[in-house]
Design a binder for this molecule. Sequence first.
Ligand code: FES
Length: 158
Amino acid sequence: MPVPSKPESFMALEAIFLRHHRSPDSLIEILHHSQKFYSYLSDDLLRHVAARLQLPLSLVKGTASFYHLFRFQPPARHRCVVCTGTACQIQGAPALIAAMEEGLGLKLGARRGDGWASLSEVRCLGTCSDSPLVQIDDSIGRQQTVAGLRRWLQELEP
Ligand code: FES
């Protein structure tokens, strides 16, 4: 397997590889750390992990893509999430999704090509008594109204 051209780029992972004795059984754990350190799993990073664990790249990519929690693109600048759990559905999540889609120019599940925003759903944000909820970056909108959400979206930094 070819050695990546710039292994020093991923030096932060070396301690993790050592801790796990470069064992192929530690693949998921190492992918977690890879994403934590570098924010997403780039092709170069996946190639590096495959080379260090002496695993086929296809196996590393296949494993990573099986799990929804792994990202293969840099996170968007604004991560917009609508809760679509039962309580939030009943209290108006569909209207919030429509407002998000219109305000962001995105469909649910998509990320803008310029990396400005992404829109996704979550099954429950854990405080159903405050439904409906949305999350934008690190802020939670509780008992979120459509009008309030429209104002919030207009205030997002470019
Ligand atoms: S269903 Fe939305 S917070 Fe639980």
